[in-house]
Design a protein around this ligand. Structure first.
Ligand code: FE
Ligand code: FE
Ligand code: ZN
Length: 296
């Protein structure tokens, strides 16, 4: 069965209940959320009652709790250690975040590996490994940290499969570290998504496809190799509908949740209901957003 959803909000009061309802309103059967604002580290305490309520609503809607994904905030940076205090803060935040993810009953936490900010790729990789080892050392949950493939903007680490494999290979609890693919990022970092099978072959050889647990399905505003990271709506960018659709339905990624992180229309209207509809119909509609909510 196709597992398709989008990024949704997490309300500080309604918590996961609000996220589930938003996902259902898009016709999704999975979703991804941040436990607070993506750009800061202020987090509310997880309420058990709300988790129960959300679970109930998920069950009724046929959403498998085990498929939903949490995303760590962007400002967590494990790759740079020039300012020890900031580095330690990121480590402590991640330890707490793993506990929240576990309390929410989720299994996966997507993480941007980080930016080395002048320390160089090798040192950046070393910093990430040290941090992950510390974060995981005393964590008794089974939550997996999924390193996301990055666009290579600025000094981002994790822009190639080799870099991700290198980070992962030196983590002691290696089974607790998986991969999240992002189609926009792969394109922007230079991978040709029209030859997606060869990307999967490389992943299989260097990391193992069984360690890929999530795919972010975004089109890109920029050409391959641009190192930019600007997401575009599904089928409206340089990757295009057919190439993205093949990835969504790729037999080698069948059981893996596909998550849209595409931009809101005019900054206010979420595109997810229409994009999911189009993906299910397998037919591109260039006028999609001018006839909101129309079925195909
Ligand atoms: Fe991300
Ligand atoms: Fe992403
Ligand atoms: Zn991105």
């Amino acid at each position: 069965m196709l597992l398709i959803g989008s990024h949704v909000a997490f309300d500080k009061d309604q918590q996961l209940v609000k996220s589930v309802r938003e996902a259902i309103s898009y016709g999704a059967n999975t979703f991804m959320f941040y436990t607070g604002a993506p750009q800061n580290t202020k987090r509310a305490k997880i309420q058990k009652e709300k988790v129960k309520e959300a679970r109930e609503e998920m069950k009724n809607a046929g959403i498998e709790a085990s498929s939903i994904i949490v995303h760590a905030p962007y400002i967590i940076n494990l790759a740079n250690r020039k300012e020890e205090e900031k580095y330690q803060f990121s480590i402590e935040f991640l330890k707490e975040e793993l506990k929240r993810v576990d309390a929410l009953g989720c299994k996966y936490l997507v993480l941007h590996p980080g930016s080395h900010v002048g320390e160089g790729v090798e040192k950046g990789i070393q910093n990430i490994q040290d941090a992950l080892n510390e974060v995981l050392e005393n964590d008794s949950s089974e939550v997996k940290i999924l390193l996301e493939t990055m666009a290579g903007k600025g000094t981002e680490v994790g822009k190639t499969i080799d870099e991700l494999a290198e980070i992962r290979n030196k983590v002691q609890k290696i089974k607790r570290v998986g991969i999240c693919l992002d189609t926009c990022h792969l394109n922007d970092s230079g991978y040709n998504l029209e030859e997606f099978d060869s990307i999967l072959d490389e992943l299989e050889a260097k990391i193992g496809l069984e360690n890929v647990y999530c795919v972010h399905i975004n089109d890109s505003k920029n050409i391959r190799g641009a190192k930019k990271d600007r997401h575009e709506n599904f089928g409206f960018g340089t990757i295009g509908f057919d190439t993205l659709l093949k990835i969504v339905y790729h037999p080698r990624l069948q059981q893996i949740p596909k998550i849209l992180e595409t931009p809101y229309i005019d900054h206010i209207y979420p595109p997810y209901r229409e994009e999911i509809e189009m993906i299910r119909c397998k037919k591109f509609d260039p006028e999609l957003f001018s006839k909101k909510g129309k079925d195909c």
